[in-house]
Design a protein around this ligand. Structure first.
Ligand code: MN3
Length: 232
């Protein structure tokens, strides 16, 4: 019976659209590959189906498979992703790149979950106005961080220790949960600016992709991530 409960729990963690929190706090040996909660063409026309498919099945799955393999080799089964990120500078760069690659993309897909694009919570809206003046200012700041990131990396909106919102950017597959991050905080918006995220449709025009994604952001989802981040 215990095994069945464990199996069901694992399946729920794998398939749950709000998997970010449980993913961060479950032990590495319980991690399953993230189930994309929509079809490949659900983000059309802003992100084309082929880009989503390749990005999810090849890139994201590749990071996950490599991460699990390296974690097993390093016998990391019993720590959580959150603990790992919090001491990532002690681990080989392969762990850092692939663990980051796995987690970052889960957040990225969750941010775009088709649904409530106007459903921002009162609390998040007030926090954005408090810290940036307006949602437009926040978007401009994230876009700026995304465009200034030289080479591959990410732009983020994070909740920092004192509950304030901050915009930052990281290189490669690093993220703001990592102990070596310049800005440390809990991410609620993740913008992938690796070329594989946009090149098929946008070619070298990163700005067009970055401007476009705001029409995909599920503010209801981001509001929930914000509420959860404040609880930690
Ligand atoms: Mn990517």
């Amino acid at each position: 019976m215990k095994r069945i409960i464990l199996l069901v729990t694992t399946l729920i963690i794998g398939a749950n659209a709000h998997s970010q929190n449980s993913m961060l706090t479950s032990e590495l040996n319980d991690l399953t590959f993230y189930a994309l909660p929509y079809e490949y063409n659900s983000l059309e026309p802003i992100i084309d189906a082929q880009t989503v498919e390749i990005h999810y099945i090849r890139h994201h799955k590749g990071y996950f498979d490599n991460f699990i393999k390296l974690a097993k080799e390093q016998k990391l089964d019993n720590i959580t992703l959150l603990e790992l990120f919090d001491s990532i500078s002690k681990y080989p760069v392969g762990i850092r790149n692939n663990a980051g690659g796995y987690y970052n993309h889960v957040l990225y897909w969750e941010n775009f979950k088709p649904g409530n694009r106007k459903g921002i919570s009162k609390a998040l809206n007030e926090a954005i106005v408090r810290d940036f003046g307006s949602i437009e200012n926040l978007i401009a700041k994230v876009n700026d961080a995304a465009l200034k990131r030289f080479g591959s990396g990410w732009a983020w909106v994070v909740v920092v220790d004192n509950g304030l919102l901050k915009v930052c950017s990281t290189q490669n597959q690093d993220n703001p949960l990592m102990d070596n991050s310049e800005v440390k905080g809990i991410p609620i918006i993740a913008v992938d600016v690796w070329e594989h995220a946009y090149y098929l449709k946008y070619k070298n025009k990163r700005a067009d992709y970055v401007n476009g994604i705001w029409d995909l952001i599920n503010w209801e989802e981001v509001s929930e991530l914000y509420a959860n981040a404040l609880k930690k």
